[in-house]
Design a protein around this ligand. Sequence first.
Ligand SMILES: [Zn+2]
Ligand SMILES: [Zn+2]
Length: 205
Amino acid sequence: MKETPKNLNYLGVDQIYVFGSNLAGKHGAGSAKKATEFFDAEYGNPEGLQGKCYAIPTKDEKIETLPISMITIYVERFLNFVKANPEYDFLVIEIGCMLAGYKPIDIAPLFIRGKHFPNLSLPKSFINVIDALIDGDGYRSRYTVGEKCFVCKEEAYHKVNENVFDDDPIQTRHELTTYLCCKHFQMIMGNFAKKMCDNNKHPSF
Ligand SMILES: [Zn+2]
Ligand SMILES: [Zn+2]
């Protein structure tokens, strides 16, 4: 995994600065301000490629922090864009972890799919989290080792976390962590999961 340089004040010809934005497109503070001042981000444009930047929304129209479930969608869209545009080199900074208030442990897992993209750089703090979650080149979380499937008690390859998001009707319930074998993981996640497991990549969520 490539590492985004610290204190990025200069971009090479094909490099793109990837920063956290809000859905109002008000790039007025923090890294978004920097994106506007130095790298031609477009004020009013909340998402996507603009100037020498790519905006990933981490806050809503009222500049309040988005739930991880929403940020996941924007990061997925971003990763698709990275894959489709190999001519650019994308330098992701610690999005979501400054003004939006998340920690790298919350945000970094969203980028796991991009681990082997040659044109993607992530901040050191994200790389550390991803390295801790992943074994070698496979996608099996280290934390599954020694765990048994919750359903059938076979060896577990997947760890599944349930998040209680801000809009959950029952805010007091406990978040659930469980472990699943490949078969039962695929029953929940469908065809996409089968493909991953067949390639010896066993995602955890
Ligand atoms: Zn099972
Ligand atoms: Zn699996």
